[in-house]
Design a protein around this ligand. Structure first.
Ligand code: PRP
Ligand code: URA
Length: 202
C-alpha cells in the first residue's frame, strides 16, 4: 500500500510481540504487558533525528480511552516530560462511528508534537475524530500530530490519509482488511476488552 505517511515497523522484536497479542490464548495480564512493551518499541518510531542530546520538543500524549491507556506508561518512560491528555472515544458498534465522552485537553495547545495513542486503527473513524478534536483545539501547523498504532487496517490508513494528509501514521503492522463488523483481520480482537478482561474477543 503506497501511502507516504504510513510507517510500518519491520523490527523483528516488534513482530514477535505482535504475534503474542494476536494469539487468542494470551491472557489479559500478559496482553497488557506486551501492549506496554510494544508501545516502548513504537515510541522510537515517530521521533526524528536531531543533533541535540535531549528532546527539544514539547510532547503531548493523547491516549484514546480505553485501549490507548495501555500505551501510556511505556511512552512516559521513554518521554518523561510529556503531558498526557486523555480523550474518551468509543465506537458505536452499530454505526461504527466514534462517540466522544471524555476530553481532558488543556486550555491551549502548548506543545510542538501530539502523539495520538491507540492500539487499533480500523475504519479510522476514531483516529479521524481525535485528529479533528486536536486541530479544533489549536494543534495546527507548526504543531504536528502523529498517530501511533499497534495494528492498522488499510481502510483506516486510507481514511486518515485522505482526511489528514499531514498526519503521519506509525504502526507495528498493516493488516489485511476489516470484517463486516469493522474488526481488523487478522487483528487481535477488541484491544480494550483484551486488556481489561471485559467482553469476548471478536
Ligand atoms: C477501539 C480502538 C479504537 C477504535 C478503532 O476502541 O481502541 O479506538 O476501536 O476503530 P475505528 O478505527 O473503526 O474507529 P473501542 O471503540 O472498542 O473502545 P474501547 O477502547 O473502550 O474498547
Ligand atoms: N477496535 C478493536 O479493538 N479491534 C478491531 O479490530 C477494531 C476496532
Amino acid at each position: 500500500m503506497a501511502t507516504p505517511n504510513l510507517h510500518v515497523s519491520t523490527h523483528p522484536a516488534v513482530q514477535h510481540k505482535l504475534a503474542i497479542l494476536r494469539d487468542e490464548r494470551t491472557e489479559p495480564k500478559k496482553f497488557r504487558e506486551v501492549v506496554r512493551e510494544l508501545s516502548w518499541l513504537l515510541g522510537y518510531e515517530p521521533l526524528e533525528p536531531m543533533t541535540a542530546h535531549e528532546l527539544g520538543e514539547r510532547i503531548g500524549l493523547v491516549p484514546i480511552l480505553r485501549a490507548g491507556l495501555g500505551m501510556v506508561d511505556a511512552m512516559l518512560e521513554l518521554l518523561p516530560t510529556a503531558e498526557v491528555w486523555h480523550l474518551g472515544l468509543f465506537r458505536d458498534e452499530r454505526t461504527l462511528r466514534p462517540v466522544e465522552y471524555y476530553n481532558k485537553l488543556p486550555d491551549s495547545a502548548t506543545v510542538d508534537l501530539c502523539l495520538i495513542l491507540d492500539p487499533m486503527l480500523a475504519t479510522g473513524g476514531s483516529a479521524t475524530a481525535a485528529i479533528e478534536v486536536l486541530k479544533k483545539w489549536g494543534a495546527v501547523s507548526p504543531v504536528r500530530i502523529k498517530l501511533v498504532n499497534l495494528i492498522a487496517a488499510p481502510e483506516g490508513v486510507e481514511a486518515v490519509a485522505s482526511a489528514h494528509p499531514d498526519v503521519a501514521i506509525h504502526c507495528a503492522a498493516l493488516d489485511r482488511s476489516l470484517n463486516e463488523k469493522g474488526y481488523i483481520q487478522p487483528g487481535l480482537g477488541d484491544a480494550g476488552d483484551r486488556q481489561f478482561g471485559t467482553g469476548r474477543a471478536n
